[in-house]
Ligand binder design. Structure first.
Ligand SMILES: [Zn+2]
Length: 556
């Protein structure tokens, strides 16, 4: 446990730490100490400055860092409170530069972390008790790859847990759902119902619906009552607050509508819980609405602002739908697809660039990456813009070197999710092989090409330690190492998850490192992340989180 030391005790502590040869500061002759809010001292302070300096002490006042340095700097200050870090590691809070935080209705259950069908049943039972009989139960995020039973949950599994509640649970990736018997009945889906256009009602060997609906889950989902604004707002507040317990002090949320932004604004004005700083990516569906919001909020506040425009170039590895240069493994000529026709996508990128916006572009497959980079390079040559900071979200496949050279030449950056190497291992192994599989989510090669690479989570999962672990070890869940030549150092990974994320948001002078003048957004770790065995990185816990110099989370 970290001790908060009263200033009177602290003078003694500081003197002890400095050593016997030093004298206590003489109040009569020394210039009088500066009053500050907070000093954290006796720690291993990873500043993440240009040379990754490690200091002992951080001085904070009015939400900003005043100074970092050796313990002796404490002599110059008169702090209102002092934290004795007892040798623990203090570093900048994580900046998750690609994530999705949502408010959820009360009927919703989160299934991203479940590891068995039995666990799903427990969650359904608990929710049914909370909501009452007859109420719809929804959920998202299960995947048979993660379930101990090694199979998908079916209709009968849901019926056992909640026979009197209609249930619909969407698989991770959103391309299918399992629904309960009561849900099928309410949707008037019988064994005789034909498949909807573009979708499949799966049947068992007797021809009866097994509960799985592919691609057209809305034939059931349309019956779920709308959630109220109030329940979504309250849930958004809880979900944003929860990020602080994971050491995340800033996010870029990757795609909301101007209407949803209004909810975030209301939340940031009225929240009772502590929140991280957020920037929101809008999608370009309604440029006028985006321009209107931008004109109204300007640069936003220190806590909420508008980020880059989001564009979707291709899909992901569920399906799979990422657009690849070579066919997928064992799937004929299939290479995934673009989200819109190629000429439309190129026109779209040019239009947004010309409108003066920064872009964060979803590009996962190598063919999508090549196409987007070529289009951006052309747009930048036709209409040059200093410091545009366009970047690719994901970059999950390694493109040809020529593409990476083009990115470096045109300052096209990346925010990438090394945690995918760990959690999506099964999907990569099912769809890719050889060199392409080994170089999934490459880090070393783009960095060596001179590309700026930030690290983020895309909520798979949200906790940053998984990404740091995989960036350093290149290990999948099974323990298999993929392309060790793509590994980076823990220092590089930490910088990618802090300062580089700030850079992608034009905020490198405000946050991302512990340097004078920046926001005092900091976390205390349970272990020394620089020296711990890489195998144990995921065991590291967040002990304290500070935002704006204020303690906003402390582990029990
Ligand atoms: Zn995403």
């Amino acid at each position: 446990m970290i001790r908060i030391v009263r200033p009177a005790t602290f003078i003694f502590l500081a003197a002890t730490l400095i050593g016997c040869g030093q004298e206590e500061p003489d109040q009569n002759t020394a210039s009088s100490p500066v009053q500050v809010d907070l000093i954290l001292t006796n720690g291993k302070v990873l500043t993440v400055d240009g040379s990754f300096s490690i200091h002992n002490t951080v001085v904070v006042d009015d939400g900003r860092i005043i100074e970092t340095g050796p313990v002796s700097i404490t002599e110059n200050y008169d702090p209102a409170s002092v934290v004795d870090l007892q040798g623990k590691t203090l570093m900048p809070g994580f900046i998750d530069s690609h994530t999705h935080i949502r408010g959820r209705p009360q009927r919703y259950i989160e299934l991203g972390d479940v590891t068995s069908i039995a666990e799903i049943q427990d969650l359904i039972r608990a929710k049914a008790a909370e909501m009452g009989e007859g109420e719809w139960i929804t959920g998202y995020g299960w995947s048979e790859d993660e379930l101990a039973e090694g199979r998908r949950p079916l209709r009968q599994d849901l019926d056992l847990a909640a026979p009197n509640n209609p249930v619909t649970l969407t698989r991770a990736g959103g391309h299918s759902a399992v629904v309960s018997s009561l849900a099928l009945e309410l949707a008037e889906i019988t064994d005789a119902t034909p498949d909807p256009e573009g979708g499949v009602i799966e049947r068992d060997s007797n021809g009866a619906a097994n509960g799985i609906i592919r691609e057209r889950q809305n034939i059931v989902g349309r019956l779920v009552p709308d959630s109220t604004y109030e329940e979504l707002l309250a849930s958004l507040e809880v979900n944003l607050n929860d990020l602080l317990s994971k050491g995340i002090t800033s996010i870029i949320d990757a795609s909301k509508s101007p209407r949803q932004y209004a909810m975030w604004e209301e939340l940031y004005e009225s929240a009772e819980l502590e929140l991280p700083r957020s920037a929101i990516q809008f999608q370009w569906r309604n440029p006028e609405a985006i321009a209107e919001v931008k004109a109204r909020v300007g640069d936003g506040t220190d806590f909420l602002k508008i980020g880059p425009i989001k564009v979707f170039a291709d899909g992901g590895f569920t399906g799979p739908a990422a657009y690849t240069l070579e066919p997928y493994l064992n799937q004929g000529d299939y290479r995934g697809y673009l989200n819109m026709p190629e000429d439309e996508l190129i026109a779209h990128l040019n239009e947004i660039h010309d409108a003066g916006w920064q872009m964060g572009i979803h590009a996962i497959g190598d063919a999508a990456i090549v196409l987007v980079v070529n289009a951006l390079a052309d747009a930048l040559e036709r209409n040059p813009r200093q410091d545009h900071r366009h970047y690719l979200n994901h970059f999950s496949m390694r493109p040809p070197d020529l593409t990476m050279e083009l990115m470096a030449d045109h300052d096209i950056h990346i925010t990438q999710q090394p945690n995918f190497t760990y959690t999506l291992e099964g999907r990569y192994a099912a769809n890719l092989d050889g060199w392409r599989l080994d170089h999934n989510n490459p880090l070393r090669s783009p960095m060596d090409h001179g590309i700026t690479v930030a690290i983020s989570s895309d909520i798979l999962p949200t906790g940053p330690m998984v990404g740091l672990y995989a960036a350093v070890t290149r290990k999948g869940m099974s323990g298999v190492v993929y392309g060790p030549d793509e590994a980076i150092t823990i220092e590089e990974a930490i910088r990618g998850y802090t300062l580089t994320g700030a850079y992608l948001n034009f905020e490198e002078d405000l946050k991302g490192s512990l340097e004078a003048g920046k926001f005092a957004d900091m976390i205390v770790l349970s272990a020394d992340i620089l020296t711990i065995e890489p195998e144990r990185i995921m065991d590291i816990e967040i002990e304290q989180t500070y935002v704006d110099g204020k303690l906003v989370f402390e582990k029990e």
